[in-house]
Design a protein around this ligand. Structure first.
Ligand SMILES: O=C(CO)COP(=O)(O)O
Length: 252
């Protein structure tokens, strides 16, 4: 049985006191369950403080991006070595906002995914289509292409440990959720793509999240689907109560 991974992607929100208050409020309440893993994906500047607070608890701390190089003349960037050194465990890669506003490509996502494993970080790789692509019936082929390119060069064991987040861009921050069946259909396709490029065993293990206007009111229905193993949540992860409700739904 695959567990559910519930990851709250704060994006560019909160100041330090709010970030600390959030973690203080949730940390004792994150269930100790084999069924769920709870992660907060915080801005870089809060990572040292949050990692310290989360030590020895059930809450994991992720970055929202990183560079693929270990160090060097890349002003403004943060490397996988720096994240690992802090005690960060996961990193979100290829979020559609980074692809759209920061020139992230399938190639850089792949370089970052490879670098994450090299440095002992678990990547949460985001894929998903625009509304135009969905209406042109390109969802399946686009997502297939994004997944294949993201995991190129990884071993089967590494692919099995990769978390893939299917986030249809038209459902992000819009209040529009893909229906549970539509979301599951794409997640199932992603699992088949993983099987095609690795093995049935690997495809069976890989965690595939759904993201896009997930909230406490719709999370249970999404998680009940055969191929959805958690959620990557923006807006509804900013409040401690709401985040905890999502994690509790994942633990059921
Ligand atoms: O982009 C997302 C998570 O990475 C989804 O954001 P919302 O949950 O706010 O739609």
């Amino acid at each position: 049985m695959r567990k559910n991974v519930i990851a709250g992607n704060w994006k560019m929100n909160k100041v330090l006191s709010e970030a600390n208050e959030f973690v203080d409020a949730v940390i004792e309440k994150v269930p100790n369950s084999d069924n769920v893993e709870a992660i907060v994906c915080a801005p870089f500047v809060y990572l040292p403080s949050l990692v310290e607070k989360a030590k020895g608890t059930n809450l994991k701390v992720a970055a929202q991006n990183m560079h693929f190089e270990e160090n060097g003349a890349y002003t403004g960037e943060v490397s996988p070595v720096m994240l690992k050194d802090l005690g960060v465990t996961h990193v979100v890669l290829g979020h559609s906002e980074r692809r759209e506003y920061f020139a992230e490509t399938d190639e850089t996502v792949n370089q970052k995914t490879v670098a994450a494993f090299k440095h002992g970080l678990t990547p949460i790789v985001c894929v998903g289509e625009t509304l135009e692509q969905r209406e042109a019936n390109e969802t399946m082929s686009l997502v297939e292409d994004q997944v294949k390119k993201a995991v190129a060069g990884l071993s089967n064991e590494q692919v099995a440990e990769t978390i893939i987040a299917y986030e249809p861009i038209w459902a992000i921050g819009t209040g529009k959720t893909a229906s549970s069946e539509d979301a599951n259909e794409v997640c199932k396709h992603i699992r088949n793509v993983v099987k095609e490029v690795t093995s049935a065993d690997t495809a069976d293990k890989v965690i595939i999240q759904y993201g896009g206007s997930v909230k406490p009111a719709n999370v249970e229905e999404l998680l009940a689907q055969s191929d959805i193993d958690g959620a990557l949540v923006g807006g509804a992860s900013l409040e401690a109560d709401s985040f905890l409700q999502l994690v509790e739904a994942g633990a059921k």
